[in-house]
Design a protein around this ligand. Structure first.
Ligand SMILES: [Zn+2]
Length: 399
């Protein structure tokens, strides 16, 4: 058996963590060295981050100081980087982050799902409910994160350590935080984007059309479409056709669990493309389709791939991507198509996501391959430029 040095390091860390577990809490807290300052990548103007050093503040009784291990670059970050649509500049971005608790206020005992929290635990954050502390993960089934604040997308304040593109983040009381110590780092980097798909699949299930033996088309094989395929696969759906214009992404789609793929560049015109999708399903149209691109033409096309009485989940238009032209008679009414929209996720979806990631690993879906690039914090401008060029899939930034 050959053990790599990083594996040895991980084993040593685990042993040390277990040893720490036997010590009392104050001793543990004292055992973690916390520096006086933390670097953070601050977007100071369009397409430009500065690495800024901020003092690490005194923690309040409900606060948690987390040492960042990694944070994914999201499509939302790309929009903010290029155009500042949210008007946040100057801002510390990064909302797909995960890290280790190094310090906690005395009131912090449990995470948002009721799991104990200790120094050394690995965590992710979700929403911040400072104005509505009554919302919990159990009465939030129908309300998505759209109405809440999220670290990495909040205005700068006097604490500054508000986003995950940094060495440390201060998680304040009233935030949702989850103990995800049982997931490996790559899985934890994929939690936030996976939650988007868990939500979409939950929305799709409300139509009653998505079943074990359904034929499912997934259009768009960026990280969102690929995670969609992986989730469908963990649910036991086996007949999945992936549609994209890049052969490399379609190869990934097969690795995630797609049974057939269609490259739309190989087919001229919507009739030929529809035939190709039909052939991929062995002569049938899809029972259900997930639209995972931000392209209005792709939205208009996807109706043609769905059988009469079938369903569609539109989740590609995370932001305004413009108008799409469809024919309501032919595309929706006369064929009785059931359509659901999906946007972001709820807290409950977050908890489901942790189970999905464990299950995906269990059945051998190589989700870690979705993380195609890793950049150091100091290289964050390069990380975002790479993301804008649409090279690779998920890009991670590490301290
Ligand atoms: Zn995101």
């Amino acid at each position: 058996m050959d053990i790599k040095s990083e594996q040895i390091e991980a084993i040593v860390k685990e042993v040390l963590a277990n040893m720490n577990g036997t010590a009392d809490k104050t001793a543990k807290a004292a055992s973690v060295d916390v520096p006086k300052t933390s670097r953070a990548a601050m977007l100071t103007k369009l397409e430009h981050y500065d690495i800024v050093e901020f003092p690490i503040p005194e923690l309040g009784d409900d606060d948690i100081l987390v040492k960042v291990e990694a944070c994914g670059v999201c499509g939302t970050d790309a929009h903010e980087f290029k155009r500042d649509p949210f008007g946040l500049i100057p801002v510390v971005l990064g909302h797909e982050g995960t890290g280790e608790i190094v310090k906690m206020g005395k009131n912090v005992k449990k995470d948002s799902a009721g799991k104990p929290l200790n120094i050394g635990d690995k965590v992710v954050t979700c929403m911040i409910f400072k104005d509505n502390p009554d919302i919990t993960m159990f009465d939030l089934n129908k309300q998505n994160v759209g109405g809440a604040d999220v670290y990495g997308l909040i205005p700068d304040d006097d604490i500054h350590l508000n986003g995950w593109f940094a060495d440390y983040i201060v998680v304040r009381g009233g935030s949702t935080v989850f103990n995800v110590s049982n997931l490996d780092l790559d899985s934890r980097i994929l939690i936030e984007p996976s939650a988007v798909l868990i939500h979409a699949v939950e929305r799709a299930k409300t139509t009653g059309i998505l079943r074990f033996n359904s034929r499912v088309a997934v259009q768009g094989c960026g990280p969102i479409g690929l995670l969609c395929i992986a989730i469908l696969r963990t649910m036991g759906i086996e007949n999945i056709v992936a549609i994209d214009g890049e052969s490399k992404r379609l190869e990934f789609a097969r690795e995630m669990g797609a049974t057939e793929t269609v490259n739309f560049k190989d087919h001229k015109g919507i009739e030929a493309l529809t035939d190709a999708v039909k052939n991929a399903f062995g002569g049938y149209l899809a029972d259900f389709a997930f639209q995972c691109t931000g392209s209005p033409i792709a939205h208009a096309n996807i109706y043609k791939f769905i059988r009469s009485g079938g369903g569609l989940c539109e989740l590609g238009f995370f932001i305004n991507g413009g108008d799409a032209t469809i024919n309501p008679h032919f595309d929706i009414c006369s064929r009785e198509i059931t359509i659901v929209g999906s946007w972001v996720y709820t807290l409950r979806d977050y908890a489901t996501t942790f189970d999905f990631l464990k299950r995906a690993k269990g059945i051998g879906i190589p989700l870690h391959k979705l993380i195609t690039h890793r950049f150091k914090l100091a290289e964050i401008n390069e990380a975002h430029q790479t993301n804008l060029k649409m090279e690779g899939l998920k890009i991670a930034v590490l301290p």
